[in-house]
Design a protein around this ligand. Sequence first.
Ligand code: SF4
Ligand code: SF4
Length: 278
Amino acid sequence: MTNFTNKSYQLKFNIVDKAKDLGINLVGFAPVDRWGKFEETSAEYYPQNIWPEMKTVIVFATQIFLPMLETTPSVVYSELYNTTNRVLDETAYKIANYLNTLGHQAIFFPRDCYGDISVLVRKPVAAFSHVLAAKYAGLGTIGYNHTLLTKEFGPRVRLVSVLTNAVIPPDQVIKKDLCIKCEMCRKCCPTSSFETTENLVADMNKTRCAEYHAKLKSAYCYPCGVCIKVCPIGDDRKIYGYDSKKYLNERKALEKNINDPEYAGWVHCRDHGSNPIE
Ligand code: SF4
Ligand code: SF4
């Protein structure tokens, strides 16, 4: 077992403090040996095999405000997505820079890391999984819909990771799955991309999901986010409530009557600032 110095605890405290000041909601720390312990991805995706000197992965999460997400597909959600990306990019850069000034090696793995949706349609896999990193850093567990579910915001978070050779006290991995397998995400997915129900984490048609995203991107209302919008998990539900019937009925109700007053605000946002989806 590693014995951590007071200095390493102080460093952890300072990183969390700085990140919160920059607008980050959740921070977690994972030692790189957790990738090998869990063996949930092949070895070439382990952080220490991409950058051999690295000892700790620090994962940062920003929340996605539910009422803005509920308007998806819309430019309102699209702009929120861009804003969370800016906060994540800036935080990752500044924290890596801070660690550098203290004499540690530090870099960040950019949060999405693909050039264009067409690349994802061809190969829907990232070079590094922030979702796995966040699980190993104790921020949440992986749900049926392949996203990280957190106690605080359910799957409504965006993630980025800083890698450093500093040895920093880790956070505990959450043992009990937060996903209750209600399958709301499967039932509401506009492309029926979740194809199996036997396992806790669904087999997913990532290409079909990516192809839909290509259409959203050209209509300026990217990304989709329905599978995180409808998930009941997260303390943010205590603020915003949960109406599963409204989510489940949405598609049929709007096919029947686009002016259905229950959805007026969402339709209003979709009607402005983006094009119809082809
Ligand atoms: S919507 Fe239900 S099944 Fe899907 S991730 Fe959330 S809790 Fe799990
Ligand atoms: S992002 Fe949208 S299309 Fe892709 S799996 Fe989730 S709900 Fe389905």
